[in-house]
Design a protein around this ligand. Structure first.
Ligand code: NDP
Length: 322
């Protein structure tokens, strides 16, 4: 089978297309034929060596496809089932193994591209809006990278919950997408100071929550946009890690709650995985969650796909197809 491998950490050029044997499912594992691969920012961190992994590595954890073969002891699935997972053991490949406990069936009528596009970013948007800071009608949320993969889904889900959403984006084209997703106010941070704009939009009051995936360049401004006892949910670092800061001094600016959530904490049980995946895949199948999948690359072009993500050229979901 064709697969992408990394033999050393570095730039996008270290992502190489290789021939590998189709893996055999061990106890508790399922072999899937991969039909759509979800690309996520975390794979950039692994490629660069920011997050450590043993090499050689086939990157990727998200995919949708079809069950090919069950490993010993696996029940609940049959060959031919349409499935998706965010815990694939190397999804940048034509075939991949998945722990059966981490695989979900996808609803009828949902294409693999939409299933792969909805899983990781959709469940992230789900836990942020339903669990980390559960939004209710009338709340106001600030969402950075509003036209990004998570950003577009989080905006739609927040609006479903009755919240008002303010977003930040870098270009006018991204602003348009963010508005289509339901943002009531979109700040072009390349032209305007987002902190001052939020204060103007809110009439001097702070927002209830900031969902911040950008990190280094936004974090302090995010804290300054909060209402007393509001929350910054810092869930990514697209611009780099947040520098060390003096918590006591920052707390002096007003009450603050910072949380550093990860998806894995929020799908730690089978019930939670099925609940969140069931919601987002169900909304996607009914067309209630709009998925943008304009950026589909061939598996062989994984380097270009990651390079475009890093260069902020993409919007919505990036997919690879074997
Ligand atoms: P996005 O589609 O959001 O892409 C990143 C976006 O961040 C860019 O398009 C860009 O939007 C913005 N950005 C701002 N500054 C920079 C910069 N210096 N370099 C690159 N991008 C920048 O990616 P995803 O939706 O896949 O992921 C968003 C973030 O969420 C990532 O940091 C990811 O690691 C994190 N994440 C965390 C999860 C968790 O559970 N904790 C799960 C899933 C994702 P613009 O041009 O508008 O500024």
């Amino acid at each position: 089978m064709k697969a992408i491998q990394i033999h050393e950490t570095g730039g996008p050029e270290v992502l190489t297309l290789v021939d590998l044997p189709i893996p055999e499912p061990g106890p508790g594992q399922i072999l899937i034929r991969v039909e759509a691969i979800g690309l996520n920012f975390i794979e950039v961190y692994f490629r660069k060596g920011v997050y450590k992994a043993s090499l050689p590595l086939t990157p990727g954890s998200e995919a949708a496809g079809t069950v090919e073969e069950l490993g010993p002891g696996v029940t609940g699935f049959v060959a031919g089932d349409s499935v998706a997972s965010v815990s694939v053991l190397g999804s940048y490949a034509e075939y991949a193994l998945v722990p059966a406990t981490q695989l979900v069936k996808t609803p009828e009528g949902l294409c693999p591209e939409h299933a792969a596009a909805a899983m990781l970013q959709g469940m992230t948007a789900h836990y942020l809006s339903h669990s980390t800071f559960p939004l209710k009608a009338g709340d106001t949320a600030l969402v950075h990278a509003g036209a990004g993969g998570v950003g577009l889904l989080l905006t739609q889900i927040a609006v479903r919950l009755g919240a008002r959403v303010i977003t930040t984006v870098s270009t006018a084209a991204k602003a348009e997408l963010s508005r289509e997703a339901g943002a009531s106010d979109v700040i072009l941070y390349t032209e305007q100071d987002f902190e001052a704009e939020v204060k103007r939009i809110m009439g001097g009051k702070g927002v209830d929550v900031v969902y911040d995936s950008v990190g280094k360049t936004t974090f302090e401004g995010s804290l300054n946009c909060l209402r007393p006892r509001g929350m910054v949910a810092l869930f990514g670092a697209s611009s780099g890690p947040v520098p060390p800061f003096d918590l006591i001094q920052l707390a002096g600016k007003g009450s603050l709650f910072v949380t550093r959530p990860t998806l894995w904490h929020y799908i730690a049980t089978r019930a939670e995985l099925e609940g969140r995946a069931g919601d987002v895949l169900g909304w996607a199948a009914k067309g209630e969650l709009k998925l943008r999948t304009e950026h589909i690359y061939l598996l062989a072009d994984a380097a270009q796909a990651q390079s475009d993500l890093e260069a902020r050229k993409t919007t919505g979901k990036i997919l690879l197809e074997p």
